[in-house]
Design a protein. Structure first.
Length: 237
């Protein structure tokens, strides 16, 4: 007599669990988009609030609002172009460098500016870098594994192939080390360039539990693992 009730209870619990799982998945998908939208909206509102009064002063009082908004956008684009042009010249670059030093000496601004600069540097770095693969290399010495990015290859007089590697620093991947390493000293992975950059920028927080290798094996990155990476056969070599 109780079996139908138990089955109904189990089905009800499964349905609630299914609903809760799907709702949480939807929230996790939407949160980054919502946060990004509000941040961009806030930045745009702040910038327009600074630019619009200048346009209002420079234009006749009978100017329609849409024209003021359009002129404000054009003025903003012109201002950004001017800043970009100044940054390309030596004197302007030095001036911006002095401003950056001043920002980094103020405690609160140092944290905000440093975080924003790192995020922007990582974004521009990902877009501009010409990497072909993510690899693992024992660096700076044997037993210490680092993530590197292949920028090309070369050969010596004997026909031995070498990889040209960029090994970035964390959390700012725009600086690092350039190494020319023999091909057999490098462990190639199937990680994407974006995954490699995320790992560097996050200081290893956004790091997969296992790294797929180009050979079909995987490397365990479990916290209990020590020494050299623990390879597990995940396919054909």
């Amino acid at each position: 007599m109780n079996e139908p009730k138990e089955q109904t209870s189990i089905k009800s619990f499964s349905a609630k669990k299914h609903l809760l799982t799907r709702v949480m998945s939807g929230i996790l998908v939407l949160v980054p988009f919502v946060v990004t939208f509000f941040i961009l909206r806030f930045v745009l509102v702040v910038i327009m609030s600074l630019v619009s009064p200048i346009v209002v002063v420079l234009t006749p009082s009978e100017f329609p609002k849409y024209a003021i908004a359009a002129l404000s956008v054009l003025l903003l684009i012109g201002f950004l172009y001017l800043i970009g042009t100044i940054a390309t010249y030596s004197l302007g670059n030095k001036f911006l460098g002095l401003m950056e030093i001043a920002f980094l000496k103020i405690p609160l601004l140092k944290t905000i500016y440093g975080s924003a600069k790192t995020a922007v540097s990582a974004l521009s770095f990902t877009q501009s870098a010409s990497f072909t693969a993510v690899v693992l290399i024992q660096f700076p010495k044997d037993g210490f594994w680092s993530i590197g990015f292949v920028t090309g290859s070369t050969m010596d007089a004997n026909g031995e192939e070498y990889f040209k590697l960029f090994i970035p620093t964390t959390p700012n991947p725009t600086s690092g080390f350039f190494e020319i390493v023999r091909k057999d000293k490098v462990v190639r992975t199937k990680l994407t360039i974006e995954q490699g950059i995320q790992t560097i920028v996050s200081g290893g927080i956004l790091f997969p539990k296992s790294i797929p290798l180009a050979t079909g094996e995987t490397i365990s990155t479990d916290d209990s693992a020590t020494g050299s990476p623990d390879k597990t056969n995940g396919g054909d070599n």
